[in-house]
Design a protein around this ligand. Sequence first.
Ligand code: SF4
Ligand code: SF4
Length: 387
Amino acid sequence: MLEEYRKICYSCGRCGYCVAQYAKWRGTYLVCPVREKLGWLSYSARGRLAIARGILEGKLTYTKPLVEHIFSCLMCNMCTQACPVGLDKEGVFKAMRADIIANGLELPEGISMLATSLRREHNILGEPENARGNWAEGLEIPDKADVVYFVGCVASYKFPEIARATAKILRGGGVNFTILGAKEWCCGNRMFLSGHLAMGRGMAEHNMRRLKETGAKKIVTSCAECYRCLKQEYPLLFGENFDFEVFHISELLVRLLEDKRISFTNEIYGKITYHDPCQLGRYSKVFEQPREVLDAIPGVDRVEMLRNRENSWCCGAGAGIVKSFKPDLALDVADDVIKEAIDAGAEVIVTACPTCKWNIGDSIVRGTVNADVQLMDLSELAAKSLP
Ligand code: SF4
Ligand code: SF4
């Protein structure tokens, strides 16, 4: 697979814009969170492309330390954003991962456990497959509807409060929706990003069959990962057969507000900052809708972190892949988000991805940064402000 990306590997001008940059309004700033935390230039995109060239030229092989190195990228897309020639570096990094897996090489333990959970229970947490819809008990959600709420693994099992808040928003807006319940499998995002391409395809094919059975034409997600995967990977796989419109809940909330189908009535006072999830922001360009939702909530005083929108710092989870095998690295990166939120004067960090909530939340609990700050998902905050 890496061979397919040869041109990109050799198009790098080694300018170093993916390592550090300068802007008048903020001075010198750093680009790659992993390079900053682990120190070596080989962790930056420039270094990773040099490794890729070494492999293509037969000067390097996939040794165990090199495999760890390759999987330590957060896939945060910051380096592509920063690259003056816009090289698709994530494509190169995914290709190296796919080659490692295709060659049956030993994977870091956390990554192989992730794959085992998905193989056995079709969710990233290894929780029982048939408990996936438990969060919806008592809600009496119909089997067929115009819209499918694709819940995702993390909201289904770890943060059911996000799923319930999303259901409250949909009900409040009069949206006729269904869920797949125990028939929903992981969207496959982590498999696509970690190079388990066949497994990702299997997940997508299953979900596609189940989505079609509902008769819906629209899908809403409350997860940035599911959103990117359904919106970008599924159309690549299924072409015109994937005839669904995909919305993130923040996009739907803006529509519901504009159409006056919902209005926020409960005041929520406090300084709130919004953390852009990489998969929703840089990958999908959904920057403004979550902010519009926050601005519509009475009492909210929204403040911005220094690095925001396309420049926002990754939460550190790396689509859950880095979190699964280098948890300290993941939390060290999240510490920077917390520090920046505090510097902005925020009392609450709001994000729009359950995995960001998971990792930033773990970092708050670890307490390396002495932070008196709360953390919520956008759908939870929005649901709180609804009557
Ligand atoms: S910014 Fe782009 S061209 Fe410059 S070193 Fe990084 S990958 Fe290469
Ligand atoms: S995707 Fe993010 S973590 Fe990976 S090399 Fe680029 S900036 Fe660094």
